[in-house]
Ligand binder design. Structure first.
Ligand code: DXP
Ligand SMILES: NCC(=O)COP(=O)(O)O
Length: 259
């Protein structure tokens, strides 16, 4: 499913539940429940659920993917986004589950966390057939990318529907004298993606502090996927109040776009 990119979209919140699974995996008790977390977030208004089932199953396990897929049948208006490296275990999940979106991330199997995007032209040849397979299955493809405007046309050329801007460098600059420069970098990268016919997603280390300014600055932001900070907040506030708080951050950013 491809969505025509637009410069004025309402940014959707996709909750990444990796870290619920991380805590669950430290005992053989099945709590905290990943599916219960997802359901409570959807009931509170989250527009999607994201998982990153890494090959070592350090957090999200294959069974979580299938159980979340079943849960989300009751939420037809919400999207399921599965992230991973298509050269590792991601394509098995895409073929079996056919989520709304596959986010290709160039992580190695033992990587501590995601810390970079794809590079073109180096990655084009091996990504093209995998992107084509996803699209033939009706699955939208988003490529995890660094905020480099010159890379966006190549991302479109290999068949991607969207890119996901890797936002850790912005998060690290937030609140410092580098914040404005970083925001301009992401604004320009998003604009280049839109001009290339791509939709724009974003994620990694986004939180309640840095989210409003990012939503305000970045044109056409279709989706933010947020996990680590959101689940940390939920430990204090609960899932429902936390999702509402993040929606308020998005609303504040959207309001700022029009001022
Ligand atoms: C791709 C990305 O930035 C995150 O979605 C990723 O899922 C983080 O993985 P960990 O939760 O394993 O750090
Ligand atoms: N794609 C980003 C994501 O799903 C969550 O990243 P983070 O909020 O856990 O850093």
């Amino acid at each position: 499913m491809t969505q025509s990119p637009s410069r004025t979209v309402r940014t959707a919140l996709s909750v990444n539940v990796n870290k619920v699974a991380l805590v669950r995996n430290t005992r053989h008790l099945g709590i905290p429940s990943v599916t219960r977390a997802a359901r409570l977030c959807l009931e509170a208004g989250a527009q999607g659920i994201t998982v990153h089932p890494r090959p070592d199953e350090r957090h999200i396990r294959a069974q979580d993917v299938y159980e979340l897929h079943e849960l989300m049948r009751a939420w037809p208006q919400a999207e399921f986004n599965i992230e991973g490296n298509p050269s590792h275990n991601l394509m098995e999940f895409i073929r079996k589950v056919r989520p709304h979106q596959a986010t290709f991330v160039p992580d190695s199997e033992d990587q501590f966390t995601s810390d970079h995007g794809w590079s073109f032209p180096q990655d084009a040849e091996r990504l093209q057939p995998l992107i084509a397979e996803c699209r033939a299955l009706g699955v939208r493809v988003s490529l995890f990318m660094d905020p480099v405007p010159a890379q966006m046309a190549a991302a479109r050329a290999v068949g991607a529907d969207r890119i996901e801007l890797y936002t850790e460098p912005y998060a690290a600059a937030w609140g410092t004298d580098r914040e404005a420069v970083e925001l301009a970098r992401y604004r320009d990268a998003a604009q280049a993606a839109l001009d290339a016919g791509l939709g724009v997603n974003a994620g990694h280390d986004l939180n309640r502090d840095n989210l409003p300014a990012f939503v305000r600055a970045v044109p056409g932001l279709a989706e933010v996927s947020i996990g680590h900070a959101l689940i940390a907040d939920a430990l204090e506030l609960g899932y429902a109040a936390t999702v509402r708080a993040y929606q308020q951050c998005i609303d504040a950013g959207m309001a700022g776009k029009n001022s």
